[in-house]
Design a protein around this ligand. Sequence first.
Ligand code: OGA
Ligand code: MN
Length: 211
Amino acid sequence: MRNELPAPASTATDTVVAGLADAGLAVVPDFLPSGDVTALRDEALRREAAGELAPAGVGRGAARAARADLRGDRILWLDEDEPAVAERPFWRAIAALSTALNRELMLGLWSFEGHYALYPPGAGYARHRDAFRDRFIEDRTRVVSCILYLNLAWRANDGGALRIHVDGARPRDVLPAGGTLVAFLSDRFEHEVLPARRPRLALTGWFRRRT
Ligand code: OGA
Ligand code: MN
């Protein structure tokens, strides 16, 4: 009789923690159940149809401006205090992740800010970093970047990869397939969004330290 126990299932949260600890980067398919992903997608599309998404800006403070040549997405910030029903599983997962990251990696995460992002066909986001180690205090508060993709049946020839530039290695391309979560240390990797042939939808956010 076989009596060995199966290996304990590694949860999506464990996978993110292990990836960040080992490589500063984690890519986790099926971070949320597909029904939750579809509900988030429907919510984002409903709010786009209601005119709630607006062109994203680049730059800081007074220099902040829409620059479609650098960044072509339309965004809507999430309201953590009054989440839509469709957003509740996402916030629960983020809370669990925050607890695990603080416990295992002592990152001192304090809050999360996130937005829907919709890239029309042909739009991208030029190579950039989400935080800088030695610049303004406000930059140092972005610690972990997280992107949850909300696209159904994405194929490689739809384009739209997130290209992550890894020091001393070939860049890593991640397709924005629905349910996939990418998490990385915000000051570690330059990255860019390649143009897609279809509208490209994501929920993008950052764990922050207290300022
Ligand atoms: C960003 C970003 C990546 C993506 O919004 O800062 O890099 O794959 N997004 O949408
Ligand atoms: Mn980015």
